[in-house]
Design a protein around this ligand. Structure first.
Ligand SMILES: [Zn+2]
Length: 622
């Protein structure tokens, strides 16, 4: 497809040259050949095969037409060319987040509090206090914060602390995954009054019987005066863990958003989210779970109204495919038949499947028990297989293939990875026996544990071209949970970046927002250091990458995942001009001083897609 288009361009250009040559009767370079934009005098990090660095780059009609020296690029300047003097700054290809649940991001960054960086209960409270100041809400309006994790703090925040900064506003805090915390005003909306036991639900003083190991109600002793008598009671602090635990919170927060119905508000969230990603230097995303078409409708509408701002979305069709029958899956796929349907800004690509839970919730399907099982579960815990019956999973996969869809499977635990790789190999062999040239870009999503003795899949992933779609930022943000649940030793080989790259597995990076921070620069910090946010310790320092491979996972490897490596992902002639100008003299500074990455959000000066400026920092000085 790409070859076809560039051939067309060559024919067109030759005709133009002939015409201009005849009309002007001159052999001089015609105006049509001058560049639209030239970037010169900096460090162009091409991320080509050799990781070459150039001085200058020229863009015409949205495409890169020149990469090379500053002296040569000057020949391409015409009267209408915009020349940007980089003054020694760095240019990289636009970044790709290969795993982001994108729909709510715009709403989140605009109207809600970021708890990723909080390391104490007090810092959570401070974030809510700041949010309140920023939004200036009416009494009764909800304040929402996202991404707390009790593993990271000595003490989890209590509602009494939240009440102090927001006495008139109910507060709702989402855990990274499967957990919620609310303030006293939230309980009041549920009709619960501390000093009136007749309003207390069954679970107020004692856990419900259906609680599993992951469920928990945080409680603390409080002195209450009931019917004139003061006594101490062990009552909920407002924080709940687990699916069943979280369900006890029956009130729903009113979510702030733009105007209109749900659909309109989601379109607006996508507009805001695209702005946020472009501001960070991200020009492409993969949404790995687009629902049964709803997200796609929202994205399509945003694109139609030109609200994506030039950001590119590759949307994976999630059929909530877990233990569904083949007929159910057939029914789903009948509705949307075409894999890779779409254009350069939005397309469908592949189906998503679930094999297990996660490491943070002790539900990944593993061959060796989670740590501290005596304390947590009372018996060895090997996690949660979505479909232990491999033959049933095979039948499901076959339906997807029948309809021409790629396979992308959520696998955190090593047994889940083993099951998926076994089936992928079998099915890939069959497909390739029929069509030798079959180009299959199937992935394992998360892909935490490819090196376990009993289940090792690393070499087979390389041999079969199975992509590892990892989420590096977990090593940092969820370091406390992972080291507790998997143990320090197993965590050291969780998401083994270096082993993947050395084995020849295509490794892509995604955030898995809203579970974790969507800031790609923090993901890079994790790839470069593997340091945990909570204790600053590097788990598996031998599994870190250098800056070259780190950038590849966020650029060209991501493009490979979506079959677009000939179109984008590096700064080479003939590719689309998706790029980012950074206020950074040398890309290797990030390797030498990874702490810089926490401030990179403020060093993105300009983001372009298809040669057009999509974000420019206010005082960029370009
Ligand atoms: Zn995800």
């Amino acid at each position: 497809m790409f070859f076809g288009r560039s051939r067309f361009h060559v024919v067109w250009s030759v005709l133009t040259l002939l015409f201009l040559g005849l009309a002007c009767g001159s052999r001089s370079l015609p105006g049509a050949a001058s560049a639209d934009t030239i970037l010169t005098g900096g460090q162009i990090v091409t991320v080509d095969d050799a990781f070459s660095i150039a001085e200058a780059l020229a863009i015409k009609d949205g495409q890169i037409v020149f990469v090379g020296s500053a002296a040569e690029v000057a020949d391409l300047a015409g009267p209408d060319t915009r020349t940007i003097d980089l003054a020694g700054r760095t240019v990289i290809p636009g970044l790709q987040d290969s795993h982001i649940h994108f729909l709510g991001l715009g709403r989140d960054v605009t109207y809600e509090a970021e708890l990723t960086f909080a390391m104490t209960a007090e810092e959570i409270v401070a974030a809510i206090s700041e949010l309140k100041e920023r939004l200036d809400p009416e009494a009764g309006e909800w304040l929402i914060g996202n991404r707390w994790d009790q593993y990271k703090y000595p003490e989890m925040v209590t509602r009494w602390q939240l009440d102090e900064v927001a006495p008139d506003n109910p507060v709702w805090l989402n855990r990274v995954y499967r957990g919620v915390a609310i303030s006293t005003a939230g309980f009041e909306q549920m009709g619960i009054v501390d000093e009136d036991p007749s309003t207390w639900p069954d679970w107020w003083l004692e856990d419900p019987e259906d609680f599993t190991f992951e469920d928990k109600i945080f409680r603390a002793w409080r002195s209450l005066t009931i019917d004139g008598e003061t006594d101490d009671y062990l009552i909920p602090t407002g924080a709940f863990l687990g699916v069943r635990g979280s369900r006890l919170v029956t009130v729903q927060p009113m979510i702030r958003a733009g105007a209109g119905d749900r659909f309109e508000r989601d379109v607006d969230s996508v507009r805001l989210g695209a702005q946020e990603m472009l501001r960070l230097g991200v020009t492409s995303i993969v949404d790995p779970a687009s629902g049964m078409g709803y997200n796609m409708r929202v994205y399509q509408e945003a694109l139609n109204r030109d609200l994506l701002g030039g950001m590119r979305i590759s949307s994976v069709h999630e059929g909530i495919f877990s233990d569904h029958t083949t007929d159910q899956i057939r029914g789903h796929l009948d509705a949307i038949k075409i894999n890779n349907l779409g254009g350069p800004y939005l397309k469908w690509r592949g189906t998503k499947w679930y094999s297990d839970g996660g490491a943070g919730t002790r539900s990944a399907w593993v061959s060796d028990s989670f740590e501290l099982w005596e304390e947590f579960e009372g018996e060895e815990n090997l996690g949660y297989p979505v479909l232990a019956d491999t033959a049933a999973r095979e039948a499901q996969y076959r339906v997807a293939l029948e309809y021409g869809w790629d396979l992308h499977t959520h696998t955190c635990g090593d047994v889940a990875m083993r099951q998926a790789v076994d089936l992928y190999m079998k099915l890939m062999d069959e497909v390739r026996a029929e069509r030798l040239e079959a180009d299959l870009r199937w992935s394992l999503i998360h892909a935490y544990l490819p090196l376990e003795e009993e289940t090792r899949v690393l070499e087979q992933m390389a041999e079969y071209g199975i992509i590892a779609s990892c989420n590096p930022v977990f090593q940092w943000q969820e370091g406390a949970a992972f080291s507790t649940n998997l143990g320090a030793e197993r965590m050291a080989r969780t998401q083994p970046f270096r082993s993947y790259v050395d084995a020849g597995v295509v490794l892509t990076s995604g955030s898995d927002y809203p579970v974790t921070s969507h800031d790609p620069w923090i993901g890079m910090y994790a790839l470069l250091t593997r340091k945990s946010q909570s204790d600053g310790q590097a788990y598996g320092p031998d599994e870190t990458l250098g800056i070259e491979d780190t950038l590849r996972t966020y650029t060209i490897n991501g493009a490979w995942l979506t079959y677009e490596e000939d179109f984008k992902g590096s700064l080479e002639v003939g590719k689309v001009a998706d790029l980012v100008i950074l206020d950074l003299p040398n890309i290797r500074d990030l390797e030498e001083n990874p702490e810089l990455l926490f401030g990179m959000r403020d060093r993105v000066l300009m983001t372009l897609t298809a040669g057009a400026v999509r974000y420019e920092k206010e005082d960029a000085g370009l």
